[in-house]
Ligand binder design. Structure first.
Ligand code: ARG
Length: 460
C-alpha cells in the first residue's frame, strides 16, 4: 500500500523506490511509531474524528502489530517504503479500511520527528547506564590498586610520579562529562513535534499538551516549520556519542601502551585479547584497538549530520531521512565499545614490580628539588636552571637523582643540603600534591570517594 499515488499516472521506477526506501534501517523505530500512532489515535478520538470503537479497534490492532515485530514474524511487503507505511498497511489489514483514518491530520514528517525523539529518549538513559558501568569498573580498579605509583607523562615523556588510581579516575571524569552531554541531548529531544502536520500545523483540533503527556514529553514544539525540520537533537546526540568515543579511544590508547612490552605495566586477561595467525608469541589488544578505530565512524556520522542540516531550506526535506543510519550506528557502536572497555578493564591486571621500577627513575622528582630550593627563597628560574645542571650531571654519569650523595648535591649549591635529598623520593613527591585534584594518596582517596557518590548520582 502506497501512501501517495493518486496524482501519478505512471509507475514508480523500482530503482528509485529502492533508493528512497528507508525500511531497511528505520524498521527499528517500530515501538516508537506504534506508540506515536496509538497516542494520535486517542487524540483523533478526542477530536471526534474516530469513534470510541474505532479508536479501540485501532489500538488493539497496534498491539498485534507490536507483537508481530517483537516476535520477528512481521511480514514486510515490497510496498512498505518506511516503517510508517508498514505499520499503517498492516493496521488496515487487521481492522479494515477505517484503520487508514489514523493518517488524518498527521504527516510522516511530524511522525518521524516524533519517533526519532522517542528513540533517543530511550537510548540516552540506556547509554548513560552503560557509561556508569564502565565508571564503576574504573573506580573499582582505582581502589584495588590505590597504592600503585606509575610514571605520569607529558609529551609521552616521563614527567612526575602519579598514582595509577589518579590516572584511572581521570577517565572516570571524562565519562562524567559524557553523561552530561547525553542528558543535554535527551533534553533537546524532549519536545513533542506531533501535531505539526506536514509543515503548517495539523488542521485537526487536537490537544497537543495531552498528546505530549501521553507520549511522556515535557513540552510541545512552538513552531511547526521548525519542529518538522529540526534535527538539532540528533546532532547533539551524535556530538555526545562522538565525545564518548573520543574518551574511550584515549582510554584504549592508554591500555594499549600499558600492555606493550616497553611499558609492561598491565596485562590483558586472555578472555579479552587476541593472538596472531603467524607469530605464536603474540597477545594483542584488539578490543581497545577496535574501539580506537571505531571512533572515526562515529565522528563521521556527526559530520555527516551537520552537513545534512547545513543549507536545508524550511521545512521538511527528504535529506532528513539521512539522520537515521548514522545515529543508529553511533548508538550501537558506543554501546558495544562501552561493553568491551568494561570487560577489558575489569579483567586487566597491573604489575606492581614494574610500576615501582619505572617510577623510581626518569628524574621525575626533579621538580620537587626545584620546589625545595624555591621554598628556601631561591627564585624559581634560578632553581630550575640549577636542578637542570644536576640532571645533566646525572645523565652524563648514567645515574639517577637518588644515587647522588649529599656531598655531590651540595657541590651545586649551599642550599642543596642533606634535607634536599629527602625531596627526591617518590612518596614525598606524591604526598606534597595534596591539593584537591592532586595525586597525593589522601587526595586521591577523597577523589575516589567523591567519584563513587557522583556516579551513584548523589553528588554535584
Ligand atoms: N522516511 C522519511 C524520513 O525518515 C519519512 C517520510 C517522509 N517522507 C516524505 N516524503 N515526506 O524522514
Amino acid at each position: 500500500m502506497k501512501m501517495w499515488g493518486g496524482r501519478f499516472a505512471g509507475e514508480t521506477d523500482p530503482g528509485f523506490l529502492e533508493f528512497s526506501s528507508s525500511i531497511g534501517f528505520d524498521a527499528r523505530l517500530y515501538p516508537y511509531d506504534i506508540e506515536c500512532t496509538a497516542a494520535w489515535t486517542y487524540a483523533l478520538e478526542d477530536a471526534g474524528v474516530l469513534s470510541g470503537d474505532e479508536a479501540g479497534g485501532i489500538c488493539g490492532a497496534l498491539e498485534t502489530v507490536r507483537s508481530e515485530f517483537d516476535d520477528g514474524i512481521f511480514e514486510f511487503e515490497p510496498s512498505d517504503e518506511d516503517i510508517h507505511t508498514a505499520v499503517e498497511r498492516r493496521l488496515v489489514e487487521l481492522v479494515g479500511s477505517y484503520g487508514g483514518k489514523v493518517r488524518t491530520g498527521r504527516s510522516r514528517n511530524d511522525q518521524v520527528a516524533t519517533d526519532m525523539r522517542l528513540f533517543l529518549l530511550d537510548a540516552c538513559p540506556a547509554l548513560t547506564a552503560s557509561v556508569r558501568g564502565l565508571q564503576e569498573v574504573l573506580a573499582d580498579k582505582a581502589e584495588e590498586y590505590i597504592e600503585l605509583v606509575i610514571p605520569g607523562h607529558t609529551h609521552l615523556q616521563q614527567a612526575q610520579p602519579v598514582l595509577l588510581a589518579h590516572t584511572l579516575l581521570a577517565f572516570l571524569h571524562m565519562l562524567e562529562r559524557d553523561v552530561a552531554l547525553l542528558n543535554q541531548a535527551a533534553s533537546l529531544a524532549d519536545i513533542l513535534p506531533l501535531g505539526s502536520g506536514a509543515l503548517a500545523g495539523t488542521g485537526i483540533a487536537v490537544d497537543r499538551g495531552l498528546l505530549a503527556e501521553r507520549l511522556g514529553f515535557s513540552g510541545v514544539s512552538e513552531n511547526s516549520l521548525d519542529a518538522v525540520s529540526d534535527r538539532d537533537f540528533v546532532c547533539a546526540a551524535l556530538f555526545a556519542l562522538t565525545m564518548t568515543m573520543v574518551h574511550l579511544s584515549r582510554l584504549s590508547e592508554q591500555v594499549i601502551l600499558w600492555c606493550s612490552s616497553e611499558f609492561g605495566l598491565a596485562r590483558l586477561d586472555d578472555s579479552w585479547a587476541s593472538g596472531s595467525s603467524l607469530m605464536p608469541q603474540k597477545k594483542n589488544p584488539d578490543g581497545p584497538e577496535l574501539v580506537r578505530g571505531k571512533t572515526g565512524r562515529v565522528a563521521g556520522s556527526l559530520m555527516a549530520m551537520l552537513t545534512v542540516m547545513k543549507g536545508l531550506p524550511l521545512a521538511y526535506n527528504r535529506d532528513l531521512q539521512e539522520d537515521k543510519e548514522g545515529l543508529f550506528d553511533a548508538v550501537d557502536t558506543v554501546a558495544a565499545s562501552l561493553a568491551v572497555m568494561k570487560g577489558t578493564l575489569g579483567a586487566m591486571t597491573f604489575d606492581a614490580g614494574r610500576a615501582a621500577a619505572l617510577s623510581e627513575g626518569g628524574f621525575m622528582t626533579a621538580t620537587d628539588l626545584a620546589d625545595y630550593l624555591a621554598s628556601k627563597g631561591m627564585e624559581f628560574p634560578e632553581a630550575h636552571r640549577l636542578v637542570g645542571e644536576v640532571v645533566a650531571y646525572c645523565v652524563n654519569r648514567g645515574i639517577e637523582l637518588t644515587s647522588l650523595s649529599a656531598a655531590e648535591l651540595s657541590g651545586f649549591s649551599d642550599e642543596l643540603d642533606e634535607e634536599a635529598l629527602s625531596c627526591l623520593g617518590v612518596d614525598s613527591s606524591l604526598a606534597r600534591r595534596s591539593v584537591t585534584g592532586g595525586t597525593a594518596p589522601e587526595s586521591v582517596r577523597r577523589q575516589l570517594a567523591r567519584a563513587r557518590e557522583m556516579i551513584a548520582g548523589r553528588a554535584p
